[in-house]
Ligand binder design. Structure first.
Ligand code: NAP
Length: 247
């Protein structure tokens, strides 16, 4: 029996990067997978590339829009019969020093990360609390939410907010066997980090005991663990996956 067999998992922002790696790991672990992303065609293409046939689908979903998140989760339940794992992964950056950051840049990042995660958390836990077996929700924070990143007052605030939200929600829905955890990745090779300045990348790696960037698959394996019954007594934790950075 595979780790996530007979489970249905939804991953937001799953068309590329960490979300896609998580969707792939879930598929490999036997789950039915629903990929939500801004671009519905990209989500469908990502789902079909998982090579598990009609056990993976893609759905257009802007996580900032509660109706669309409800549609995403309802589609998972209608199509596969349950919603067992929810990964609130969708994210953006709009970096600038505070002097140069516009209100719009601040609001966009807060909306996608905080409102988006809350939309997913609220909707998924609503389905999961009605299932006898409960469910597992994983929120994607960042090491930036622990230490703060230069040029990312918006992003660091949002990622720290996800930590508080995770712990509050874990207390609220634990009695229904719904577990809520967060991960804090460090520097991981994805399209989001590909555009960073080489000197900044070098500085981050110099501060990383394992001495290298992480790979999306290394995030995905930890998320698969948290999603599975292997983590059945773990809730409200924040798991750093950062090669030892900022310990
Ligand atoms: P990525 O490669 O840019 O992928 C993010 C995905 O989310 C994209 O497909 C993007 O679509 C989608 N997305 C953006 N806004 C959305 C919205 N409103 N609704 C639905 N989907 C949306 O980024 P990543 O590096 O994989 O990051 C994934 C998550 O990990 C983010 O929450 C990020 O903050 C977090 N994280 C990443 C790192 C890292 O080093 N990479 C470290 C710590 C935390 P578009 O491409 O169409 O915009």
């Amino acid at each position: 029996m595979k780790l996530l067999e007979n489970r249905t998992a939804v991953v937001t922002g799953g068309a590329q990067g960490l979300g896609y790696a998580i969707a792939r790991a879930f598929a490999d672990a036997g789950a039915d997978v629903v990929i939500g992303d801004l671009d519905g065609e990209a989500a469908a293409a990502a789902a079909s590339s998982l090579d598990i046939g009609d056990r993976a689908i893609g759905v257009a979903c802007d996580v900032v829009n509660l109706d669309q998140v409800e549609h995403l989760c309802a589609t998972a339940v209608e199509r596969f019969g349950s919603l067992d794992v929810m990964v609130n992964n969708a994210g953006i950056t709009r970096d600038a020093s505070m002097r140069k950051m516009s209100e719009e840049q601040f609001d966009q990042v807060i909306a996608v990360h905080l409102r988006g995660t809350w939309n997913g958390l609220r909707t998924a836990s609503g389905f999961m609390r009605d299932q006898p077996e409960g469910g597992s929700i994983i929120n994607v924070s960042s090491i930036a939410g622990k230490v703060g990143n230069l040029g990312q007052t918006n992003y660091s605030a949002a990622k720290a907010g996800i930590v508080g939200m995770t712990k509050a929600a874990a207390k609220e829905v634990g009695f229904k066997n719904v577990r809520v955890n967060a991960i804090q990745p460090g520097f991981i090779n994805t399209p989001m980090t590909a555009a960073m300045r080489p000197d900044l990348i070098e500085a981050k790696l110099a501060d990383t005991p394992l001495g290298r960037a992480g790979e999306p698959s290394e995030i995905a394996s930890a998320v698969t663990f948290l999603a599975s019954d292997m983590a059945s007594y773990i809730t409200g934790v924040v798991l750093e996956i950062a090669g030892g950075r900022h310990i």
